[in-house]
Design a protein around this ligand. Structure first.
Ligand SMILES: NC(=O)CCC(=O)C(=O)O
Length: 270
């Protein structure tokens, strides 16, 4: 599919942490992540995906103050990722000057390898009123392979996922806060993005109630064929699966949709 495989691990144990995000409670949410990463590490996890805005939720009124904690939160996650020999990905509020972003941090064994600022802000949850949109995509080489990042509503934009795959991602990690009643969209779209790009998709959602929103969980791990390798129910938990990179290469060779694309006719993506 791409010569930029960034191949590091043939068999990768990877997981999503799903929990109920307590609005504004940075320390409480961080403790859930400490416990969850430890549980994943005990089961051999080398890659962990956390939900969207996991440190505090969309606490818009206090977001600038809460975002001021983010550098310290990232430092703590970096220390945990080093201790557990893991790549950890999840979105947090980021303050840059006066601007706030919904930013996914990719931390690899103690080092921040990249940041991705959400491109598509979800106006039904008023995200566009309080946050700025990013303007760049991110695919990074890590100790577990080449990873592309996306955040929640981004899932509805196949062009982004195609771009990440064109840039060599073999795993795409999505942090989300995706509420009821749109579980069917979540299930179909995570699967579609995996199948159409022949990539692994790890999609971490939150669960529980925050204000008027009720989150159904269903964090997912999908194979490049679209098989559901693991799926959470609606309670706090971690889900894990083994990602077989050789099987991914074999499948891409068997169904060569990538080579058969016709961007000369219909696409500007090259
Ligand atoms: N936080 C989000 O981006 C929510 C996206 C969502 O719920 C959707 O249906 O799309």
């Amino acid at each position: 599919m791409s010569d930029k495989t960034g191949e590091a691990t043939q068999q990768l144990t990877a997981g999503c942490l799903q929990f109920n995000i307590a609005m504004g409670d940075v320390e409480g949410n961080l403790q859930k992540v400490r416990d969850g990463l430890q549980a994943l590490a005990r089961q051999g996890g080398r890659l962990a995906v956390l939900p969207e805005m996991w440190s505090c939720g969309f606490d818009y009124r206090n977001l600038a103050t809460l975002a001021a904690h983010t550098p310290q939160v990232v430092e703590t996650v970096a220390a945990l990722s080093a201790r557990h020999d893991m790549v950890v990905i999840g979105s947090l509020p980021e303050l840059d000057g006066d601007a706030l972003y919904n930013t996914s941090y990719l931390v690899d064994r103690g080092v921040v390898r990249g940041r991705y600022r959400k491109l598509h802000l979800f106006s039904p949850m008023r995200e566009d009123r309080y946050l700025q949109a990013g303007s760049k995509t991110l695919v990074a080489d890590t100790s577990v392979g080449r990873i592309g990042l996306a955040i929640c509503y981004d899932l509805r934009f196949p062009e982004l996922f195609r771009r990440l795959t064109l840039d060599g991602a073999d795993v795409i990690c999505l942090s989300a806060q995706w509420p009821k009643p749109r579980r069917d969209h979540w299930c179909v779209l995570t699967r579609a993005r995996a199948i159409e790009n022949q990539v692994f998709v790890l999609a971490a959602n939150c669960c529980g109630v925050q204000g008027k929103l009720d989150f159904f969980g269903s964090s997912m791990i999908l194979s490049p064929r679209g098989e559901v390798l693991a799926e959470a129910k609606d309670q706090p938990c971690e889900v894990l699966a083994t990602l077989d990179k050789q099987a991914q290469r074999d499948y891409r060779a068997a169904i060569p949709a990538w080579h058969d694309r016709r961007p000369d006719v219909y696409g500007v993506l090259t």
